[in-house]
Design a binder for this molecule. Structure first.
Ligand SMILES: [Zn+2]
Length: 111
């Protein structure tokens, strides 16, 4: 299996994220050449299912703060890791009955 970015060699690695006291394990691949990390769709889907199962158990309450003229909502580190968030990650915001929802783009490497 080759890296879709640079055609370098991919190596499998087991990764995991902590959500509260639970750990969710998942399989990922890392490119030896460019360092790109990939998660495949089936792994991503099962990770999402496990994350949804945990959703009922875990609740985050965060205060909104200012940065310049913008309001900032901080995302807990464990959620950021769970959803592979980093600076530049695209997110769509849509309105719902009780507030708004943030929908994240899937990480690269999953269809
Ligand atoms: Zn690569």
């Amino acid at each position: 299996m080759k890296c879709p970015i640079c055609s370098g060699e991919l190596e499998g690695k087991e990764d995991g994220v902590h959500v509260g006291k639970e750990e969710l394990a998942f399989s990922a691949f890392k490119c030896r050449k460019c360092g790109e990390e990939l998660v495949f769709e089936e792994d991503f889907d099962s990770l999402m299912k496990n994350a949804l199962d945990l959703k009922a158990k875990h609740h985050y309450s965060k205060q909104i703060s200012y940065s310049g003229n913008s309001l900032i909502l901080r995302i807990p580190r464990e959620l950021a890791k769970l959803f592979s968030l980093k600076e530049g990650t695209n997110a769509d915001i849509s309105l719902g009955k009780e507030g708004f929802f943030v929908k994240l783009a899937k990480p690269r490497g999953s269809a």
